[in-house]
Design a protein. Structure first.
Length: 319
């Protein structure tokens, strides 16, 4: 029985590490979305950019659902939850992209820490996920990293500096809205296929964005090669692949743990922006990134260790 407990624990740890590794890769790709969006806004209106991204994502997911013949049958409350998550996506994506147009891509990626921090707290308050000692230590490291990123001065993120400050404020509000996406969907993530969930969520987001888009139809123009490349990255990689895997993983891992992986983005984002569009990286990014990465690792190692120990204890008592 003890060998069985050890095997079950080791198998869970291996599966969790595999899922978390894939999430890290996806978050590295998501980190690049800020810079890619910046490229897209050279020729596209911010609202047009986010609207087309969500619209094309919906069309791909709808095609996926049709090909796989997924059943739409579900409880009304589950449908409303998916629609609410989609609404949060529409609001957050518009605010984030609009904010980026008024800010720096480097700052935008650094500000991404607001989503996982709020998400971790909401997971404990709303989902009642147990936040153990490792979570507390990890959050402390993250907050220190956030402070270092800002040089312990909110002005370092651009707040209060003309349009840049307003842009960052929009990003923060959008990210807090985005944190509710996983909180809303977590209870039903295991009930329905992820592609079906995202197809409904994207459809809701498209409906919401159609209202402000109605007054910006004059901004719709034919997509050039640069626009198509931007759309391909944002739609296929960030939305279709990224969101689908995220929802699928929610049925297997705690949301609070998944949110810790998102801290990869404010670490990688500034380096991507620096390499592609020449935005400056200073010591605060490097030092703050070390603390953020440390916090993420503490949360992951603590969670896996506690689960493995608990599994052994349960099976040992059963014997």
């Amino acid at each position: 029985m003890r060998r069985l407990g050890s095997y079950a624990g080791d198998r869970f740890v291996f599966q969790s590490i595999t899922l978390l590794t894939i999430l890290v890769v996806i978050n590295l790709l998501w980190a690049g979305s800020y810079t890619v969006s910046k490229f897209g806004m050279n020729t596209m209106d911010p609202l047009v950019l986010v609207y087309l991204r969500i619209l094309f994502s919906f069309l791909i997911m709808a095609g996926w659902v049709i090909v796989k013949r997924y059943s739409f049958k579900m409880e009304r409350k589950d449908l409303l939850k998916i629609a609410a998550a989609g609404l949060m996506t529409g609001i957050s994506q518009y605010l984030i992209v609009k904010g980026i147009s008024l800010s720096y891509a480097t700052d935008a990626s650094l500000l991404y820490v607001f989503e996982p921090v709020s998400g971790i707290i909401l997971a404990g308050l709303i989902l009642k996920e147990k936040l153990n000692w490792s979570t507390g230590v990890a959050l402390l490291l993250v907050l220190i990293g956030l402070g270092r990123l800002a040089n312990f001065d909110t002005a370092a993120f651009g707040f209060g500096e003309n349009g840049i400050g307003f842009g960052n404020l929009l990003i923060v509000i959008g990210l807090i809205c985005e944190s509710f996406f996983s909180i809303i969907l977590k209870p039903i993530a295991h009930k329905k296929p992820a592609p079906l969930v995202m197809a409904i969520a994207f459809f809701t987001a498209v409906i919401f964005l159609s209202f402000p888009m109605a007054g910006r139809l004059d901004k719709l123009t034919a997509l050039n090669l640069n626009d198509m490349l931007v759309m391909t990255y944002l739609v296929v990689i960030c939305s279709v692949v990224g969101y689908t895997f995220w929802v699928k993983t929610m049925g297997k891992l705690p949301v609070s743990l998944m949110y810790f992986v998102l801290f990869v983005q404010p670490i990688a984002g500034p380096f991507i922006a620096s390499a592609t569009i020449g935005e400056r990286i200073d010591d605060r990014v490097i030092a703050g990134g070390v603390f953020l990465l440390s916090g993420m690792l503490v949360a992951i190692v603590g969670y896996l260790g506690i689960f493995r120990k608990g599994m052994k204890s349960i099976l040992s008592n059963a014997s």
